[in-house]
Design a protein around this ligand. Sequence first.
Ligand SMILES: [Zn+2]
Ligand SMILES: [Zn+2]
Length: 504
Amino acid sequence: MLKEQVCVFILAHFVLSIHSILFACGENEKNITSKKESQKVIETKIPRGKKFPLPEKEPICRVGIVLESDNKSRMEIVLPEGEFKITGDGKEKILKCDTQKPLSVKVSNGKVICEEPKVGTLLLSSSGVISIQRTDGKEVVAPQSGILLKRCRIGRGFHWQKEVDLYYPGKLEFHNWNSKLVVVNEIHLEPYLYCVVTSEMSSMCPPEFIKAQTTAARSWTIVNLKDKHKGVPYTICNDDCCQRYQGTTYLASDVVESAEKTRGMFLVTENGDVCSAFYSKCCGGIIEKGSNIFGKSALGLSDTTDAPPDSPTARFNPITEENVREWILGDWIKKSDSFCSPNVCPEAVLPKYLGAVDEARSYYRWKVVYTQEEIVELLKEKAHLDDIAEFLGFRPGFRGNSGRLHQLEIVYRTDRGEKKTFTVKRQYTIRKILHKKFLYSSAFVWDYEKDTKGKITKVILYGAGWGHGAGLCQMGALGMALKGYTYQQILKHYYNKTTLVKAY
Ligand SMILES: [Zn+2]
Ligand SMILES: [Zn+2]
């Protein structure tokens, strides 16, 4: 397709998309201008993005499944029924599988070797790459289809880290990477997204949630596909660092059906670039300003209350040191109408909707307790405060509009009796330091329990939300879908400075 044709094509779809948003917002047909007039407005208002332009056709993703940091040198895999080709160093081996066939792939002395039990070496690559795919090249995207990779690490570094068996469709590449095994999955964007949605949340989620999440993930991917991970054989990874992609393991066919309805649709910012549509698990009731987390490049994201427009919770936005305690602990929470609150997403239904690897509980409000000894240990280990003898307290720094701390001071006494202050910057680092694995969010307040001498014996953290809280709130989007909002309305709520455009 020629570039101009693509532009016209996009504009035409853009007009349609605008129409659908207006419809979704309850506007009537009279408000919709003729196609010709609309195009004029769009042409002057929305230039074609230079930094992250809309793709002209469906891109192919290269996703890291096993990373160098996983420290693996061998993988057990299982091929499903069908005909597969194993290639490396220009050689090719065809395997016809009448039934499931277990194989192993290992890295040894710079070589990659694919072996079959009892048979031995099937293929050896001295250059260090072996790929396995179906001979017909098809990406079969159905529940539990594709090649089974055993013991894949997920939730790397977070509180839900574990190893699970995962099915991956498309082509798999096994690389020798600094004497470690790195596995890359090559797959088209759309099937990749169907799997992302059912890895991030469960396939039981309502269709409008599935559509909103797919569209957000699609936009995020386009922005990050180029260089999120540099100098490695993949551009994005399969984990929370990028987006969860656990293959077809948790896929369901009705999810594919819903997600396909948004095929090729992207969120576009006012300057015509695809929006880096960040999202996180639970904002806690107010959507964090994107620039507080991701800097100036975060365009198109909302920073409003995650609740209906007339919600009384709007009085809290932005949260300050003065109202944060009331925000996190106040009685009003019992009646909160936030889309991500347990009143809209009841805790009892969460196991049904959360990702298969998540611990099902409400993250709208949470509590974590440390003894003096525990927090000292934690700060020694995670903040490398080797000289800490006693924790003396926290001092809050800058809080974002959702209550998230972006700076925190830790006051402590050293083993030589000196009083010192350690400043932690960025919500990510605060969360990393204040939990053995990872603290749910940096939106928290604290209480101390003290002994008769005034020494802190316990620190109690009361927090709100799970994740950075910018962009789409997955729990909130789920709440909106449960309340009957359409996916266009959900997307407009979380990315209010964007427009929905169909690119292919
Ligand atoms: Zn990543
Ligand atoms: Zn929320």
